[in-house]
Ligand binder design. Structure first.
Ligand SMILES: *[C@@H]1O[C@H](CO)[C@@H](O)[C@H](O)[C@H]1NC(C)=O
Ligand SMILES: *[C@@H]1O[C@H](CO)[C@@H](O)[C@H](O)[C@H]1NC(C)=O
Ligand SMILES: *[C@@H]1O[C@H](CO)[C@@H](O)[C@H](O)[C@H]1NC(C)=O
Length: 382
């Protein structure tokens, strides 16, 4: 082998070795410098902290009187959901925090008929600095009671299915309607509070809320606040109005002299026009539900079994009670809160839309729908 040839081979070998080593060291260097970076930024500590969230017993501070925005109301969010709603729960809480609660830090109470998983609690706890509690619903507040005649209930479900009504065959849906009508405000995690804002998975909050709606409720002595009002499916409540009339005959003392019967009925209470407030959004006063009028009213409805023999919804039940037992000026239309629960939305109009930096099309607004009851509601106040 010539000396030249030998030199060339050595050169090639050295160059190859250099490339191999440099690639290896380069990659290794990159990985190790990322890991240093993570340490410097405290990412590892953050990750370690996050994994402790569920065990750290998220402090349940029922009521604290001050925030940077001044005195807070005695209020909380209420969120009924299941472990498999996680994606929609994260989305709803994220929006509420962005648009309102990051300034106020009102607590969140999440309720489920089963225990929440650790994964669920961890994924939700990181969304807010406000206190969050995760509660389980007592069996007797959720499941169909034993005294309900299951044959009669099944016949009711089959009949409704034949009419093509949504959730016609669902017992869990009925459990939920009954729970939301008569029990949520008795849960131990909600007892310390007066006002609540009901939130559901996968809803949208379109606008900044520049004031405290809970404070508004408190200062103006409001009982019930809504964003969307519409006509109910009659097939879900065939005997509800007759039951309401029977209750009113026996208990006329509960009816407010300044009630909104005209919202519910076009003939002074003879028949129900099916108008109700859409209860998946509610800002309301739990002491109203806990009060004597509503307690007696709910017990009477419950005794008729209509939550299971028919499919009485918490929306008509709450709406009828708020319209009859509260004064008409205690029911409030939150026209400035942009809200969507598929398939309907309320998008604020005009100045409200600009002020709230609303992310919705103001023409897509249920107030304009033929089956909206908003004109009937507003007619109460002229
Ligand atoms: C992690 O938690 C500890 C103790 O609560 C706290 O001192 C530290 O600042 C936290 N670190 C990060 C990065 O959040
Ligand atoms: C309000 O809260 C602050 C601090 O959170 C406390 O020092 C103060 O005593 C409270 N005031 C009342 C009237 O409870
Ligand atoms: C908040 O309201 C609930 C229900 O009315 C009441 O029991 C509780 O004492 C109130 N808390 C405060 C701090 O006023």
């Amino acid at each position: 082998m010539s000396a030249r040839r030998y030199l060339l081979l050595v050169l090639v070998a050295v160059i190859s070795l250099h490339y191999t080593l440099s690639v290896f060291f380069y990659d290794y260097g990159r990985v190790s410098s990322l890991s240093n970076l993570a340490q410097r930024l405290g990412l590892e500590q953050t990750i370690a902290n996050l994994s402790q969230v569920t065990t750290a017993n998220p402090s349940h501070t029922p009521y604290s009187n001050l925030t940077e925005f001044g005195a807070r109301a005695n209020a909380t969010f209420v969120f009924l959901c299941r472990n498999n709603d996680l994606g929609g729960v994260v989305s709803s809480i994220r929006q509420m925090e962005d648009r309102f609660n990051r300034h106020y830090k009102y607590p969140w109470v999440l309720l489920n008929e089963e225990p929440f998983t650790d994964d669920f609690k961890q994924r939700v706890s990181v969304l807010t600095d406000a206190p969050i509690s995760f509660g389980q619903i007592p069996r007797e507040h959720w499941y169909q009671p034993d005294w309900v005649d299951e044959d009669k209930a099944r016949n009711g479900r089959l009949k409704m299915m034949a009419q093509g009504i949504i959730y016609a065959g669902s017992v869990p849906y009925r459990n939920m309607c009954r729970f939301n009508s008569g029990f949520f405000f008795q849960h131990e995690l909600l007892r310390p509070y007066r006002y609540y804002w009901r939130v559901e998975p996968d809803v949208k909050f379109f606008c900044d809320v520049h004031y405290d709606p809970f404070k508004f409720m408190e200062q103006n002595n409001k009982v019930y606040g809504f964003t969307i009002t519409l006509v109910e499916w009659e097939a879900t409540i065939p005997t509800l109005w007759a039951t309401v009339k029977e209750f009113l005959n026996e208990n006329p003392q509960f009816v407010s002299p300044h009630n909104s019967m005209d919202f519910l009925s076009d003939n002074g209470g003879d028949t129900y026009n099916l108008c109700h407030y859409w209860s998946n959004f509610e800002i309301a006063d739990m002491d109203f539900w806990r009060g004597e009028a509503y307690q007696k009213f709910f017990a009477f409805l419950e005794s008729k079994g209509g939550f299971y023999y028919e499919r009485w919804g918490d929306a008509p039940v709450h709406s009828i009670a708020a319209s009859l037992f509260a004064r008409r000026d205690q029911v409030h239309f939150f026209r400035d809160i942009g809200y969507r629960h598929d398939p309907f939305q309320h998008c604020p109009q005009g100045d409200d839309w600009f002020r709230g930096r609303c992310a919705c099309d103001s023409r897509d607004n249920f107030d304009y729908a033929p089956n909206s009851c908003i004109r009937r509601h507003e007619a109460l106040y002229v």
